[in-house]
Design a protein around this ligand. Sequence first.
Ligand SMILES: C[S@@+](CC[C@H](N)C(=O)[O-])C[C@H]1O[C@@H](n2cnc3c(N)ncnc32)[C@H](O)[C@@H]1O
Length: 325
Amino acid sequence: MIINKKYLKIKYMQTRLVESKNFYGKPFLKWAGGKTQLLDEIEKRLPKEILENKKIESYHEPFIGGGSVFLYLKSNYEIENSIISDINPELILTYKIIQKEPEKLIKYLKTMKQEYLKLDKEKQNEYYLSVRESFNENVGNINYEKTGKKQIKRASQLIFMNKTCFNGIFRLNSEGKFNVPRGKYKNPKIYDKDNIFEVHKILNDNVIIKTQDYLDSEKEMDKNSFVYLDPPYRPLTRTSSFTSYYKTSFDDNDQKILCEYIQRLTKKNVKVMLSNSDPTNADENDDFFEKLYSEQKIDKVKARRNINSNGGKRNKINELIITNY
Ligand SMILES: C[S@@+](CC[C@H](N)C(=O)[O-])C[C@H]1O[C@@H](n2cnc3c(N)ncnc32)[C@H](O)[C@@H]1O
């Protein structure tokens, strides 16, 4: 028998599905700082007992963003309980809708996709702007705890805009409004029905989803917890930073407060992994993190990342993975 690459790939996927609980979800949004590029490096550095047993008792990710690490781990490890959270209520609402109402969400997305793709360029722009306007009109006028019609529509608008906007970034201005222009994708995928159902299954397997500041997650963790932290990057250059309503950018003082939180967790014997940008990419003498995390293990790893504002240029740069074990 000729064993070709495709056959091996299918066999690999089958093994993987048997080993995991029959799900394999991927991020359903493009998210700034997404960690898909870094999964191998992250996995290698998991605590020894997790790698050996392929099991995590209690998983916490308080800066969940696009969730690439969480979804990867849920697809490859047995995780008994997870708590995922983020300060951005729009993002968390979308996770909750996928958890509770995937069919209705897909119905909205299907209609939007059909309506959008049949239009010419100019009309697509008008359509995009009308979705954006409707989304922005309801800022501050939505109950993020509910998962009714209004909330399902909002989640579909967020996914639609995330997949059709310039650079695929969900960024809010100082009034909490989304102001990114339309991107020029010819045939944007917008959504993947099968993947939404995979993520739905994952989110219904003992996963708590919350909107909260990461500092409030501390009380949820104990010695059985493994915590992965992916805070907003320390900007590589001063000009690449931006501040927004949900404070998606951390200044140096925020980084220090985060370090103190990690020190408190370390005292409670909680295992923590943190990723961040390496400031020596921009200034070889910048030893900010070396000093801050002098008591922890710091590894430099290579990652591909957009480093300029137009998003076109992708370079390999160093990132840091810091662990307290
Ligand atoms: C670098 S992103 C995480 C990316 C994620 N690892 C991924 O693969 O997509 C950082 C996230 O932190 C969130 N965030 C910013 N400040 C926060 C805070 N104080 N508490 C909790 N989340 C916060 C942002 O909304 C953003 O989603």
